[in-house]
Design a protein around this ligand. Sequence first.
Ligand code: NAP
Length: 493
Amino acid sequence: MPPVPPLPDFDIVIFGGTGDLAKRKLLPALLQRFLAGQINPGSRIIGSARDALGSASYRMKVAEAVTTGSERIASDRLSAFLSLVDYLPVDVSSEAGWAELKAKLEARPDRVRVFYLAIGPGLFAEACKRLQQFGLDGPLSRVVVEKPIGHDLDSARQTNATLANVFSEAQTFRIDHYLGKETVQNLIALRFGNALFEPLWNAARIDHVQITVAEELGVAGRAGYYDTAGALRDMVQNHMLQLLCFVAMEPPYSMDADVVRDEKLKVLRALKPLRGEDVRQYTVRGQYRKGVVGSVTVPGYAEELGAEQSRTETFVAIRAEVANWRWAGVPFYLRTGKRLAQRVSEIVVSFQPVRHSLFGASAGPLTPNKLIIRLQPDEGVRLGLMIKEPGPGGLRLRRTSLDMSFASEFAGQRQPDAYERLLMDVVRGNPTLFMRRDEVEAAWAWADPILAAWAQDPELPRPYTAGSWGPTAAIALVERDGRTWHEDLEDLP
Ligand code: NAP
């Protein structure tokens, strides 16, 4: 991997520094950037939560968290990283610990300060209020928040207003970790770094687009949160619409953050609203029942929740449309769910069939070209083509694919986690891959009427067996249009 220039010394305070996100994502990402030489030894990582830990015991927790992976880290490098780490008990909901935090930060006044709110969204307002009260909201401060940004348009507006009371939009970083994935940035490279695709990237040449984010996991451990959210709020309103934006946006005139985000915003605003009867026709919500995932029998959602029944959807399929000149009439099928047959996230762009076939029936069927952008597992890009089957005799055609797996193309290079790039972008002050306030609100404005129609629907979500591809109605949603879901990763397009 090309060397990365080190960033000027900075401080990052992780509120919620003992929580799951900090341990699984943030601290390992900071370690990797330190090992890569991007974080100088003068920078400081300050974990914080209510727990009255000492710095030494926090460092032990951090060491444990960052060494759970398969990668072996040399002990001197780990010690060097841990020497950047400190801990301060701070209660976001009271004044406890704030004066100490202020004193620590003010010892190094002229550096970027990142405040990562890895705490429940119910605490964002209090955290911002205290940051302001203690004068920690200066121009070099940046605040990072995780989804969910609200649970509907009104609450998202409130959260955004809370943040905006204290921090300018340029200081506010709303993370959607999907945007830190290499493949998502590659979508931009692919579309705008090649002359090949752009002339074909429209309703005249593209038949439809599918975006799938399928998980094998259920909700165990997160059932309490999940039951208040559901798949539309948890996945579609943020991650999937962001992916859709990168597929559908017009070429931005530069890579300037606001230029890119302006183009994404136009896509969100062009999404055809789904209301009332449209919701019944173009959306499917489901909930998993007991079944077999891999070779393991798993309980149904309600059982995991410990409830008799629940109205929360663990699966959504939606036929969306981007109502603008480029995309009019092209369906964007979105599908996401838990306890599905396979863990896979991919974008499939299906081109129109060839207009006239030269080949007789003996040549076999002509399959339309597909561009498959795979986010996980095994990030990569595949282009499905028709070729002649080798050998003498009649001309027979067969499907094949140009296949580029990042793992094999860049063998020997580690694939950085999305959080590594995003955290360094926060320090650099580059918000291109973060959601702007108006984007979040435009996404909710589209999602809200769907949620409202579901709330009115007396029916429960359609059941599906864990380990399947969701309710049969989701298959019908696509088949009604004479199309099918692209399902098997190994099946050539
Ligand atoms: P978590 O495991 O429950 O951790 C919460 C953290 O907040 C703990 O360190 C907790 O420590 C601290 N905390 C709670 N109340 C506090 C207070 N009054 N003052 C200061 N610290 C307080 O939560 P998480 O899973 O890490 O999630 C954190 C945030 O990221 C949430 O907004 C969540 O929605 C979002 N998120 C998480 C993930 C993920 O993968 N985990 C994914 C997407 C989004 P004490 O109780 O000791 O104070």
